[in-house]
Write a protein that binds this ligand. Structure first.
Ligand SMILES: O=P(O)(O)OC[C@H]1O[C@](O)(COP(=O)(O)O)[C@@H](O)[C@@H]1O
Ligand SMILES: [Mg+2]
Ligand SMILES: [Mg+2]
Length: 336
């Protein structure tokens, strides 16, 4: 059966013609798509390749690395190296910034990535994914200087994620809306399945790890209690809850049918500044959410305005349907 859905390449070349997206970025995104396809196959065959266990090493976050965290990182790095315009890599699984060039030329790319998101779900056959963000080197860039890669999220020219679930999905933005592709198994090509994904302003579904209830600050507790109070409560409507422990999967649901996702700073993670990482989790997702008409906040500030101080810093993450995020920000204001 002929599939008259544009391939990723056809879509990207249209972006090149319509929005002047650089040809090098088109090729880089195709390399990243290939890495995602490879990772998806390695995960599906994990039981036979014996890659489902732990690697015996820890990353800069102090987390025990899964074998597939390391393998996925290698896949990303090896495919991204095909693009001669990439100057630096920032990965969740590598402590230092990886510089691919000795001299830094303004406009060259920096790729930030979480090679495997939701890794606690790996050996229980639940969906996981990868997240990436692309920025360009500033005029005053200095190769080898970590400050060169510490740009705030509004400098992103592209971000996206892939999900390795029932289908292998790729969702991305180049600053002109959010678009979803599915990997067509017979041809191995990513083909477009949804253009201009939009998050409804209102919703009745929240995603939060409720087991941390006792650690939440008052604004989050008050917001969730109001939701759980249901029809007879201050919200006058019932809410549903979902939590998959894979951020990409929770976000994909929100981009598809609305909702709000919270991983706030709380009493247990305050010392680290939160759980999720700014450069390769919060920023890329915030760019997608804003491009889809949603909001992305720390509770007190816009995530994309945060000036980073270190490549692996964490952030409070509250994002999704605009009116819910505004309501949560109002709870923080009242607290202040
Ligand atoms: O274990 P918790 O507290 O539910 O946290 C789950 C969160 O941690 C993460 O797994 C962190 O990402 P990594 O798997 O890339 O470290 C998110 O995907 C997810 O939203
Ligand atoms: Mg992650
Ligand atoms: Mg990860």
């Amino acid at each position: 059966m002929a599939i008259n859905r544009a391939t990723l390449r056809q879509f990207l070349l249209q972006e090149y013609r319509t929005h002047g997206v650089e040809k090098d970025l088109v090729f880089l995104l195709e390399d990243i798509a290939t890495a995602c396809r490879e990772i998806s196959t390695l995960i599906r065959n994990g039981s036979f390749l014996e890659t489902l266990g732990t690697a015996g090493s820890t990353n800069v976050q102090g987390e025990a690395q899964k074998k597939l965290d390391v393998i996925a990182n290698e896949q990303f790095e090896s495919h991204i190296r095909n693009c001669s315009r990439v100057a630096a890599l920032v990965s969740e699984e590598v402590d230092e910034v990886t510089w691919l060039k000795d001299t830094a030329k303004a406009g060259d790319y920096i790729v930030y990535f979480d090679p495997l998101d939701g890794s606690s779900n790996l050996n229980v056959n639940l969906s996981v994914g990868s997240i990436f963000s692309i920025m360009q080197l500033p005029e005053d860039a200095v190769a080898g200087d970590v400050n060169t890669v510490l740009r705030d999220g509004s400098f992103q020219i592209c971000s996206g994620y892939s999900i390795f679930g029932p289908a292998t999905t790729l969702v991305l933005t180049l600053g002109h809306g959010v678009h979803e592709f599915t990997n067509h198994l017979a041809t191995g090509e990513f083909r477009i399945v949804s253009r201009n994904m939009t998050i409804p302003e209102d919703c009745n579904e929240f995603a939060i790890n409720a087991s941390r209830f006792a650690d939440w600050d008052a604004p989050v507790r008050n917001y969730i209690e109001d939701c759980i109070a249901g029809q007879n409560g201050p919200r006058g409507k019932s809410f549903n809850m979902r939590w998959t422990a894979s951020m990409v999967v929770d976000i994909h649901r929100i981009l598809t049918r609305g909702g709000v996702f919270l991983y706030p700073v709380d009493a247990r993670n305050r010392a680290e500044g939160g759980k999720l990482r700014l450069m390769y989790e919060a920023n890329p997702i915030a760019f997608l959410v804003e491009q889809a008409g949603g909001s992305a906040s720390t509770g007190t500030a816009r995530i994309l305005d945060i000036q980073p101080e270190s490549p692996h810093q964490r952030a409070s993450v509250i994002l999704g349907s605009r009116n819910e995020v505004l309501r949560i920000e109002e709870h923080y204001r009242q607290e202040d």
